[in-house]
Design a protein around this ligand. Structure first.
Ligand SMILES: Cc1cc2nc3c(=O)[nH]c(=O)nc-3n(C[C@H](O)[C@H](O)[C@H](O)COP(=O)(O)O)c2cc1C
Length: 302
């Protein structure tokens, strides 16, 4: 059975050019669905794969002879493009320097983000891995300060309607049924945050998306892995930084947005979408002089 996503529930079809195929078996080695297998030294398309080809494209990408074509599940021949040469790729030192010099940027110059840069961010982000191909991540792009501000205030207005769920009385009643961490985060983070949003909106200030000139919301469908939107969002952040743009992830929207049906409908988000992450981008107002050394909560080699 093909693995369903919101985009397709068919299997992909593989076409093998037996005139050029040397039966080297590389494609069968990398195919973990067992759609392609070697039988008596000959490459065959298996009648009994694990799920049915999900169109990951690994077979066609690894083939040294260009003998495999993948069709279906949103894939076609045009999707197999030139592999960047080794000397075109960032090495560890360059990549680490890029990562180390990135800061979360919340102060922007009053300058729009050029559409070419927006396109490049999306181009880099979509190259990230996904749970099951084709990617079930959608991206909502707010490409002006006005659009970002409009959404911010619409969201704050909607989320403040939920404020009563976080009153001391309701939280106290719910405490025995809540995880300790959720209770503490509700009391010490969500309540002050909502109250701050109320106050700053009254002053016409946007501390939610910081009046950025560009924002993107990476969201998943009901089929996708919870982690799916966060991975392209991270790529987008690094791509933006590589072009001199600042960015910041904004996690305070998605956990509420999933319950705000009218806003989801207005912005065309799937009803089944639960997880997502906002990112803001812009030309940074300030220059940072130091990088910051960080530590994980715990690293255990077991
Ligand atoms: C998942 C996630 C959610 C975040 N949510 C917010 C947010 O809602 N508002 C905000 O101002 N910053 C947010 N941030 C930015 C962090 O606060 C920031 O990464 C952290 O302070 C470390 O700073 P640095 O990115 O400059 O190293 C978020 C970051 C991540 C990874």
């Amino acid at each position: 059975m093909p693995i369903p996503t919101s985009r397709t529930n068919e299997i992909a079809h593989l076409i093998i050019d037996y005139h050029t195929c040397k039966n080297c078996g590389l494609c069968a080695e990398v195919c973990k669905d067992f759609t392609l297998v070697m039988e008596s030294g000959v490459l065959i398309v298996n009648d009994h794969p694990l799920f049915g080809c999900m169109g990951c494209g690994q077979c066609a990408a690894v083939c040294p002879n260009g003998s495999i074509m993948v069709h279906g599940r949103e894939m076609s021949a045009e999707d197999f493009i030139k592999q960047p040469a080794r000397n075109e790729r960032a090495g560890y030192d360059g990549l680490y320097s890029l990562m180390l010099s990135r800061r979360s940027i919340r102060d922007f110059r009053d300058k729009p983000v050029e559409s070419e840069m927006t396109d490049k961010i999306l181009q880099a982000a979509v190259s990230s891995p996904m749970g099951i191909p084709p990617s079930d991540v959608g991206v909502l792009v707010f490409n002006s300060k006005n659009k970002v501000r409009k959404f911010s205030f619409e969201f704050i207005e909607a989320v403040l309607k939920m404020r009563t769920y976080f009153s001391p009385l309701v939280l106290g009643l719910m405490k025995p049924f809540m995880k300790k961490e959720n209770y503490e985060l509700s009391r010490d983070f969500i309540v002050p945050m909502l109250d701050f949003f109320r106050k700053s909106k009254a002053e016409n200030k946007n501390y939610l998306l910081y009046d950025a000139p560009l924002a993107m919301y990476f969201y998943n469908s009901g089929y996708a892995d919870t982690a799916d939107p966060f991975i392209p969002a991270t790529y987008a952040m690094l791509a933006a930084h590589s072009m001199g743009l600042g960015s910041c992830m904004i996690g305070s929207i998605a956990p509420f947005l999933k319950y705000i049906k009218p806003l989801k409908k207005k912005y065309g988000l799937p009803a089944s979408s639960k997880d997502g992450i906002f990112l803001i981008f812009g030309h940074p107002k300030y220059k940072y002089q130091k990088a910051i050394k960080r530590s994980f909560a715990k690293v255990d080699f077991v």
